[in-house]
Design a binder for this molecule. Structure first.
Ligand SMILES: CC(C)(COP(=O)(O)OP(=O)(O)OC[C@H]1O[C@@H](n2cnc3c(N)ncnc32)[C@H](O)[C@@H]1OP(=O)(O)O)[C@@H](O)C(=O)NCCC(=O)NCCS
Length: 389
């Protein structure tokens, strides 16, 4: 809910509107994606997300977000070649990943490494749309390599050279595990990437746009976005789901655990959404994949516990499961370490972030909202330090 405040700046053209968390405020326009919260629809450039997920690959989705159209085969081929040719990291970034503290949070390491990429840009002064397009390709291609290399380095494993014969999802799984993934595993992750690639004016995308709108640079914008995605109210919720399931432990404890959380007014991770007031349209496909994977791996208890939590929350609070609720079980079942769930989200969302950065630059206006001052009225007199209480 937002309320109209009294206008308090006489030179302001518009009536100031107070909206905590900017809820209900339209801050810009975008042709990349739209979130219809009441209907539970997510649109990528004219396509319902469920028309795209499972039909188009992540690379096709990247093209859709960056160009507004799905690619034809020669356009897709060109994009894939560019992405694959951009995977190799600058040596100092590899050295940093090898030497970063082994217990560092992966999101912190990724944020720092993406920021470092800016130091090795061959022509940082070139702000042309072509240069920024190449940066979008470079960051999108490298962020998954950064994630996988850090994961291997912290486990004392070697860092295999990047390959150019695998798609984005398959290549990430190859780097993490050191062996080629099954077609099924690569496809599952690819669908998860597609479902996470963009999502309207979410907090991290907004951060990226705020940063680039100062005419900063693409690396700074994506670094801001990664820092924003890290929080448990945004991308960090998927990790929280697995911690929650492990803490509960078994199916018979679910009801009492959820009741206790609700009594203490604690948030259940993976439930609720700022914009969707009906089912998150990304959840059903992830739920489907989570059911198949949990059963295949012989650990159906996780999905059964999840289903019970979702049904209690629907019944008790009228809240639905969101994208993180089932993606957590999907990644867990695929053997992706829990603290890489948010990084996987970041890898996919880089497609959207970079697309939004390019869109912001094409029609830029600095973001500068107002704030409602709640401090004491002006008029206090300065006291030298000795005279202060
Ligand atoms: C996403 C989120 C921040 C949206 O918050 P929001 O817009 O402030 O939520 P709402 O205003 O719709 O909340 C309405 C009510 O539901 C409660 N609620 C919302 N999400 C809840 C959750 N996950 N668990 C328990 N209660 C929840 C609120 O406390 C509020 O209760 P009240 O009316 O008794 O005070 C919130 O749902 C949340 O923290 N979810 C868990 C984290 C998560 O999964 N994030 C990923 C989002 S994709």
């Amino acid at each position: 809910m937002f309320t109209l405040a009294q206008p308090y700046l006489t030179n302001q053209k518009l009536m100031p509107v107070t909206a905590k968390g900017l809820e209900g405020i339209v801050a810009n326009s975008t042709s990349l994606s739209d979130v219809l919260g009441q209907e539970g629809i997510l649109i990528y450039a004219g396509y319902d997300i469920n028309e795209i997920a499972g039909n188009a690959s992540f690379e096709e989705t990247v093209h859709l977000l960056w160009h507004g159209e799905l690619p034809n085969s020669s356009q897709l081929d060109a994009l894939c070649k560019k992405l694959r040719a951009s995977r190799e990291l600058p040596q100092p970034v590899v050295d940093f990943l090898r030497n970063a503290p082994k217990n560092a949070g992966p999101m912190d390491v990724i944020r720092t490494a993406v920021s470092m990429l800016g130091l090795y840009d061959s022509n940082p002064k070139d702000e042309s749309p072509e240069a920024n397009y190449n940066r979008a390709i470079s960051i999108t291609a490298k962020i998954s390599v950064i994630t996988a290399y850090f994961h291997r380095a912290r486990n004392g494993q070697d860092l295999p050279p990047v390959r150019t014969d695998l798609g984005e999802a398959a290549h990430f799984l190859y780097l993490i595990n050191g062996t080629e993934p099954t077609v099924e595993a690569a496809r599952t992750l690819d669908v998860a990437y597609v479902l996470h690639a963009d999502h309207g004016m979410n907090a991290s995308t907004f951060s990226a746009r705020v940063t680039i709108a100062t005419l900063s640079d693409m690396y700074s914008a994506i670094t801001s976005a990664i820092g924003t995605l890290k929080g448990p109210l945004h991308g960090g919720a998927n990790e929280g789901v697995i911690h929650m399931l492990k803490e509960i432990g078994s199916e018979d404890k679910v009801d009492a655990w959820v009741e206790a959380q609700l009594e203490q007014k604690k948030k259940i991770m993976g439930i609720g959404h700022r914009v969707y007031k009906v089912l998150d349209p990304r959840a059903p496909r992830l739920r489907e994949m989570a059911i198949i994977l949990s059963n295949q791996l012989g650990e159906p208890k996780w999905i059964r516990m999840s289903e019970r939590i979702a049904s209690i929350m629907k019944e008790r609070k009228g809240l639905n499961a969101n994208v993180d609720f089932y993606s957590a079980t999907v990644y867990y079942s695929m053997g992706i370490p829990t603290d890489l769930f948010t990084p996987v989200f970041a890898i996919a969302r880089t497609a959207g972030w970079t697309g939004h950065v390019m869109e912001q630059l094409a029609d830029n206006r600095l973001y500068r909202p107002l704030s409602e001052y709640t401090g004491p009225a002006v008029g206090k007199k300065f006291q030298p330090i000795d005279g202060r209480p």
